[in-house]
Design a protein around this ligand. Sequence first.
Ligand code: SF4
Length: 62
Amino acid sequence: MRVTVDEGTCDHHGQCMIACPEVFNLVSPDRLEYVAEPDESLRDCVEEAEAACPTLSILIED
Ligand code: SF4
């Protein structure tokens, strides 16, 4: 599974981090870090983050 966040549309409010802190981490008000290739065991968590993102900035591939 590969995760990409569109930095151009991400508003850094951190809903993804609330849904899935194992993968998403808002390290400062304007900088989101994330695991680009999280373990498959985290798929549900990542999909919850994708669904929670108000700007549809999270892309999950495979
Ligand atoms: S929920 Fe979406 S817009 Fe908000 S910080 Fe996460 S990726 Fe960015």
